[in-house]
Design a protein around this ligand. Sequence first.
Ligand code: PHE
Length: 472
Amino acid sequence: MSTRTSIHGAWSGRLAFILAATGSAVGLGNIWKFPYITGENGGGAFVLIYLICIACIGIPIMMAEVMLGRRGRQSPINTMQALAEEASASPYWKYLGWSGVVAGLLILSYYSVIAGWALAYVFRTASGVFTNVTGDGASSLFGRFIADPEKLLAWHTLFMVMTMAVVARGVKGGLEKAVRFLMPTLFVILIILLGYAMNLGEFSRGVAFLFNPDFSKISADGVLSAMGHAFFTLSLGMGAIMVYGSYLPANVSIAKTSIIIAVMDTLVALVAGLIIFPIVFANGLEPGAGPGLIFQTLPIAFGHMPGGEFFGTLFFVLLVFAAWTSSISLIEPAVAWLVENRGHTRVYAAVVMGIVTWSLGLLTVLSFNLWSDFKPLSGISVFENSTLFDLLDYLTANIMLPIGGLLIAIFVSRIMTSDITMRELNIQDSQHAGYRTWQFLTKYIAPAAVVIVFLKVTGIFDITVIFNAILG
Ligand code: PHE
């Protein structure tokens, strides 16, 4: 095992790391994004592809990222530089760290705006705005809310301040303290809400929508979204898990913890789906409603159930907590780098990166109102209706994260020696079945999957063309 130590400190133990990494993974991706993109892509088939991607690409790459971080013990940029040097590989590998930092800031710029919606909805639900609200009523309240750039900006600003406040306090005093309180609370709230959804008449329809695959409903772009979402939801491909790995004590098992984190993240997404779709169907709503889905559907449920104000408030508090423990990991790679390379204090670094991200967030704020008709790539068919927010989301989740993940898989399986990876994974025998599986997945399956899906979406590679050629 490597003998480096991190200048930023370390988690107090295995549980703290699991909570922090699960906190990073579980976020808006699970509770806000997973339901609405599942709805847009027709349900079961999309979910199945997403689950396969988690198992065959997500878990092995998560192990890879934790390993790189723990061995490098620095921000992803410096870790990649140090490990490339150690392997006598090209110094350009450090740009993998850079692209992660950029992806993290871009994601956080829109993530924070959506988290701002959740913040606003905490107060709206608590004040009883949704009591007895109708489907149309909830939609029009949401529509008026996002049409107001000043409101979105105010909530986005508040959320960025919350994020910076935690990051500025450091690994043990900020990040770890926050997740130790927030994550258990989140699990309790989810279970309470699942209980509510199970008692709705349409629970079984929700289950069928999520788990009965109908492959006629999914396109190549849908497959890319499922794969991109596997990266997004596990926080992979941009260095968040890598930087958290750099604070991981040396004796903790990377394989076991990665599997625990991925399983918890997947469970939360499925439970969120099981809460939301029964409500959607019970109220005759549209599963493909887009990014506003949970903000348009859940208030109806909360507006009619006994104790709805309480449960509704609780739900949006949960969403804010989940987003908060993810946002700190989106900005941590950038902050750690500023501290390491420029010698700034954490407080200063958090403020600088926070301001950069906040400013980028203005693009998303405006894309829901004043610039909602600005569709710069409308000439390309998949982007026909894409606003700046949609493009940012697509660029990061569907392009930058999978490419980052692809390169990480290549690095651990082809650049690092198996001596080193075996030592980090605590494996003595190179024929160990688990180790061989991991190697196979990172060396062949993950890279091939990313490349094939890309080629398919861009239309360069069409499996049907090959079949037709073979079959004459
Ligand atoms: N995994 C987080 C979510 O599901 C988002 C995220 C992506 C966080 C990438 C860190 C890095 O909401």
